[in-house]
Design a protein around this ligand. Structure first.
Ligand SMILES: Cc1cc2nc3c(=O)[nH]c(=O)nc-3n(C[C@H](O)[C@H](O)[C@H](O)COP(=O)(O)OP(=O)(O)OC[C@H]3O[C@@H](n4cnc5c(N)ncnc54)[C@H](O)[C@@H]3O)c2cc1C
Length: 472
């Protein structure tokens, strides 16, 4: 529904409803990550469009200008091209200072070889960003935090930043009472939970309310390597390096170049020391680094990631957005924050803040994301099969490498992999493309050709003879 249709709907409303926002209504937004800041921005924008005078308190104890964990919201920092475009249509242009590096290609590393996958459309580019102000002990950057930039946008729209840690959100006489670690306490007409999944607040909300189940989550690993711009240009280039390795529980591993640093992200089920050991000692990983040696990292963390939606993600005068509510499985979490933030803002401005309003106008967005995640689980299931089968990996490598050599032919496998790595398309879209007869036919042919005795003897047990794009 467009904003114009929403405005029409608003003008047809018979009169003030108890759950509708009125002039003077006050909203508490807990957490100024992408979800909280974008929600505040959209809410104030939409309220202005219908001449609704409301106040937004945005609670955030973190200072995004700090380096290291104190200023960082722990993530790989890839902003998908579809999100860059969506933000642009909202008038939010990521400034050059926020984008650490435009990623122009993906390099897929497997035991059977490597292949570089170029961006499917020349004008499409994904952005690598820092959520805070760079790694621990790094030189002060001349660039800017992504989260800090979104927070400034929300403040420019009129959000009031409250630099406090919220410890409780409770219903009191039909209002929401927000309390903070320093005894601050205030009542609001609506409380928006945008704390992500690394906060104790969602746990305490679950403990207090028997009707709410917090999001499912699992442990991940991120670290930063300081290599210097010149080394990064010569070894990694403007390419994100993705690994398809036969390591149990590992769903996704990527090295992302950013300025003087390279960020490593390991996603999967409960990433632990054993899994990390296997990853760091695999030749495909070591060969990415200068002299084939993985250097010590300068900054690391084990943030949790949302793998299952909160249920329900709302009640009267309370709504969960971003990771605290629902997000895309292992991909494009910032894009999901944008979608849930906008859907929630539209619901409260144009419909109301009651549970029934959220059920009717906000829940469909959450359900669409969750439904797509179910397809995503099937896609990751196929990915695991390929991870386990050298036979399948050879076929995938051959098909992708041949597509990349042929500039004018169709690039079905390359596009599937690109959208899967970047999160630019939905899992459903990616899955449907893999059912196309031309995709299946080409994959079968490449499986046969890539595993024929002549191809096997060419490949031997060595690396990537099929692919001459990246050589170690
Ligand atoms: C290893 C890893 C890699 C990832 N890589 C990517 C990627 O490359 N691209 C991508 O799009 N997504 C990625 N994600 C997902 C992405 O980080 C999240 O989906 C996104 O940050 C969710 O935004 P959010 O605003 O909901 O929550 P968050 O970003 O977690 O922000 C929550 C905010 O709330 C604040 N807060 C918490 N508790 C309180 C409290 N009690 N009171 C006040 N404030 C509070 C926090 O300080 C924080 O600023 C990754 C996640 C992980 C774990």
């Amino acid at each position: 529904m467009t904003m114009v249709e929403d405005l029409g709907r608003l003008s047809k409303r018979s009169g003030p409803q108890s759950s509708s926002l009125q002039d003077g209504s006050r909203i508490a937004v807990v957490g100024a990550g992408p979800a909280g800041s974008l929600f505040s921005y959209f809410l104030l924008n939409m309220a202005e469009a219908v001449s609704l005078d409301i106040g937004v308190d945005l609670f955030e104890p973190r200072h995004f200008c700090h380096r290291g964990p104190a200023g960082c919201n722990h993530c790989g920092g890839i902003v998908s091209e579809s999100l860059v475009q969506r933000l642009a249509t909202e008038g939010i242009m990521l400034p050059d200072g926020v984008v650490q590096r435009g990623i122009e290609s993906y390099t897929l590393h497997m035991d059977v070889g490597d292949v570089e996958i170029e961006t499917p459309l020349a004008e499409k580019r994904i952005a690598a960003i820092y959520r805070g102000n760079g790694p621990r002990n790094s030189e002060p950057l001349d660039t800017h935090s992504f989260d800090g930039y979104l927070l400034e946008l929300a403040q420019e729209k009129g959000a009031n930043l409250v630099p406090r840690l919220v410890t409780g959100v409770r219903r009191e006489d039909n209002r929401m009472r927000v309390t903070c670690a320093d005894q601050y306490c205030n009542d609001y007409d609506l409380a928006v939970i945008a704390t992500g999944v690394n906060s104790r607040l969602v746990e305490s909300l679950e403990d207090e309310s028997r009707e709410f189940r917090r999001p499912g989550r699992t442990k991940t690993f991120i670290c930063e390597f300081l290599l210097g711009r010149d080394v990064i240009r010569d070894t990694f280039g403007p390419s994100m390096h993705v690994f398809f390795l036969d390591i149990p529980r590992l769903k996704f591993a990527a090295l992302i170049p950013k300025g003087d640093y390279v960020t490593l992200c390991l996603l999967g089920k409960d990433i632990d020391d054993e899994l990390m050991q296997q990853f760091f000692s695999s030749p495909e990983v070591m060969n990415c680094f200068p002299k084939g040696t993985v250097p010590s990292h300068v900054c690391h963390c084990y943030p949790r990631i949302n793998i299952d939606a909160a249920n329900p993600a709302y009640s009267d005068r309370l709504v969960m957005i971003g990771d605290s509510g629902t997000t895309r499985l292992f991909k494009d979490g910032i894009g999901a924050s944008y979608r849930t933030a906008k859907a929630a803002a539209r619901t409260v401005v144009f419909h109301g803040t009651g549970a029934e309003d959220f059920e009717k106008y906000y829940a469909p967005t959450c359900r669409a994301i969750s439904k797509d995640n179910q397809v995503g689980k099937v896609v990751f299931g196929f990915g695991s099969l390929i991870q386990k089968s050298r036979f399948a990996r050879r076929g995938v490598l051959r098909m992708t490498a041949n597509e990349q050599k042929n500039a004018n032919g169709s690039r079905r496998m390359s596009e599937v992999l690109w959208d899967l790595f970047s999160g630019s398309a939905s899992y459903t879209d990616v899955f449907l493309r893999t059912l196309h007869p031309a995709y299946i036919g080409s994959l079968l042919w490449n499986l046969v050709a890539g595993n024929s005795p002549s191809a096997s003897s060419r490949n031997g047990h060595g690396r990537g003879q099929e692919c001459d794009r990246v050589e170690h």
